[in-house]
Ligand binder design. Structure first.
Ligand code: CP
Ligand code: NVA
Length: 299
């Protein structure tokens, strides 16, 4: 593994190894005895807001012996139009790795290519691979694994979260049911490329939730879509609420990558009822990302 740019490009073995290593790192907690990032500086270019990703990467890099350098787009010339390939060629000569949160997936791909240093996708419009690895770690901890489990995703059917979940299902083989309004479903072109019979897409949230062991949701308006208020109108029936959860399997868990908008994609009641697992999921960002950093530091 040279970079972590997407779930799409990972193999099932790479995913499973990252999760297993995250379990070990979580058990160790805090500073890692081997300090694989000792003497290293890791850039963190963020052109979108973040709480969990920023904090978990800053803490994770430190716990592995490295120094995280947070670079908000407002503070670097990227925000004033300097091309990503120039930014990459500068940072590639000074830092040892880079974590990027931005809009276009191509920018992360270009950064990896032009910088030549290990590059991690910390969320783009196309994928949120670090989150999905933390979510899989949570599923493993809470349900013992994803084998034989039905996972439902209720909400925006073609967001970074859904796309990463669909690739995870393709790679790992679990049943994934996506329920989304007709206008917000994965395109036929994407589904043809995915080519995963274990991934189903419906406009019926009850059908997707039926017998599901994991019910997963995310914001209706992703970062960068804040002015698309009319988009939300289609999503009313796709709220994760107590009535919808009646259809899920006994002992089901609810995941939400956070931040959550109560009264929109999830109710206050459901979020608080499932808060233990949802915040365990948030904590797992740290452990999953430490596993990614260790893997990239070793290459
Ligand atoms: N889930 C997630 O990526 O959270 P942040 O936007 O706070 O980093
Ligand atoms: N789909 C959301 C995820 C936030 C962590 C967004 O892109 O805003």
């Amino acid at each position: 593994m040279k970079h972590l740019l997407s779930i799409e490009e990972l193999t099932a073995t790479e995913i499973s190894t990252l999760i297993d290593n995250a379990v070990t790192l979580k058990a160790e907690r805090g500073y890692h005895s081997e300090q694989p990032l000792a003497g290293q500086t890791w850039g963190m270019i963020f052109t979108k807001s973040s709480t969990r990703t920023r904090v978990s990467f800053e803490v994770g890099v430190r716990e592995l012996g490295g120094f995280p350098m947070f670079l908000s787009k407002n503070d670097i010339q990227l925000g004033r139009g300097e091309p990503i390939k120039d930014t990459a060629r500068v940072l590639g000569r000074m830092v040892h790795g880079c974590i990027i949160r931005t809009f276009a997936q191509q920018d992360v791909v270009d950064f990896a290519e032009y910088s030549g240093i290990p590059t991690i996708n910390a969320l783009t419009d196309d994928e949120h691979p670090c989150q999905i690895l933390a979510d899989l770690l949570t599923v493993k901890e809470v349900l013992g694994g994803w084998e034989g489990k039905k996972i439902a995703f209720i909400g925006d059917g073609f967001s970074n979260m859904t796309i990463s979940w669909m690739w995870a299902a393709k790679k790992l083989g679990f049943e994934l049911a996506v329920a989304a309004p007709a206008a917000f479903q994965p395109t036929a072109e994407f589904l043809a490329k995915l080519d995963a019979p274990n991934v189903t897409v419906t406009t019926d949230p009850v059908l997707a939730a039926k017998g599901a062991h994991v019910i997963n949701t995310d914001v209706w308006l992703s970062m960068g879509q804040e002015d698309q208020k009319d988009k939300e109108e289609a999503f009313g029936p796709f709220q994760v609420n107590a009535a919808l959860l009646q259809n899920a399997a006994e002992g089901h868990v609810v995941l939400h990558c956070l931040p959550a908008y109560r009264g929109k994609e999830i109710t206050e009641e459901v979020l608080e009822k499932h808060a233990d697992v949802i915040f365990q999921e948030a904590e797992n960002r740290l452990h999953a990302q430490k596993a990614i950093l260790v893997a990239l530091a070793k290459r």
